[in-house]
Design a protein around this ligand. Structure first.
Ligand code: NAD
Length: 269
């Protein structure tokens, strides 16, 4: 006599039907790819970016799917804008929060001034801090899912001129783990990703600048960086999006406080 195993099917586990997801930095690169896969998985979307044109292009990519999506143009470096956004949401509270927004400008440590430093921290770390706080306050009774975006640079500061960036992304790891510990028993699953070497408009423009301005140190680091990619190639935004989808779905129901590298093996080499 065979025993029946009563398990949710894999397609049910990965489905986000009936859920609402908020994605920051949704107007480009990895954020756009996440929007696409989450729409395919059945989630409604709240898409945030400072760049309205980018959001409109993301929206166009979602045509094949039946999902409700709403665009919000806001500057996530400003706490007042973040708080106002959450205040105005009313009952439209997302179940899932994806903090993807980030900037990665290169600057020699000795040339970094207070406003440049503050801007990097405000966008990359503070926005994640305030977004999570608002989300957890709004969902105190029901719990929810958070996925934060750090970087391989937080663990291995490989490229020069990114001290400000590495600090901001290390903060994202600390925040993710702290919230995972503090709110796990209250129904929140909080995890993160460590992307590296993902081909996006953001990284494309860095490569272009390095080549056109003949920044030899950056070209050399780029060469060494590529040699360290165990898979021997750069990744696609969609390869990050699928990991974010995994973390946000029931497939990862017992995963808490982890930072998953999505880096072609960079950290392992
Ligand atoms: N691409 C990579 O290889 C890589 C590696 C490590 C980490 N990351 C991280 O992944 C995330 C996405 O990276 P990407 O390569 O897709 O970047 P990208 O530059 O292609 O997209 C970033 C998006 O954030 C938006 N944005 C920037 N400042 C904003 C602000 N103040 N308010 C609202 N929106 C703002 C931009 O308009 C853009 O649409 C970032 O957090 C980045 O640090 C990327």
């Amino acid at each position: 006599m065979s025993k029946k195993i009563n398990l949710e099917s894999l397609s049910e586990s990965i489905s986000l039907k009936g859920k609402k997801t908020l994605i920051s930095g949704a107007g480009s690169g990895i954020g756009r790819a996440i929007s696409y896969r989450f729409a395919e998985a059945g989630s409604d979307l709240l898409l945030l970016d400072i760049n309205e044109k980018g959001l409109i292009s993301t929206e166009k990519c979602l045509d094949p799917f039946i999902c409700k999506n709403q665009n919000y143009v806001l500057d996530l470096s400003k706490k007042e804008e973040i708080d106002k956004f959450w205040e105005n949401l009313g009952q439209d509270i997302p179940d899932i929060l994806i903090n993807n927004v980030g900037i990665y400008p290169f600057k020699d440590y000795l040339e970094v001034d207070a406003s440049f430093y503050a801007k990097t921290l405000e966008i990359n770390l503070d926005s994640v801090f305030w977004m999570c706080q608002n989300f957890i306050r709004k969902r105190k009774k029901s719990g929810g899912i958070i996925v934060n975006t750090s970087s391989i640079e937080a663990l291995v500061p490989f490229k020069e001129d990114l001290a400000h960036y590495s600090i901001s992304k290390s903060g994202v790891i600390a925040l993710t783990r702290s919230l995972a510990r503090d709110y796990g028993r209250k129904g929140f699953r909080v995890n993160g990703i460590l992307p590296g070497a993902i081909k996006t408009p953001g990284t494309d423009s860095l490569v272009k600048t390095a080549i056109t301005k003949l920044q030899l140190n950056l070209i050399k680091t780029g060469y060494d960086f590529n040699r360290r990619l165990a898979l021997g190639r750069w990744g696609k935004p969609d390869e990050v999006a699928k990991v974010v989808l995994f973390l946000s779905s029931d497939l990862a129901s017992y995963v808490q406080g982890v930072m998953i590298p999505v880096d072609g093996g960079f950290l392992a080499s």
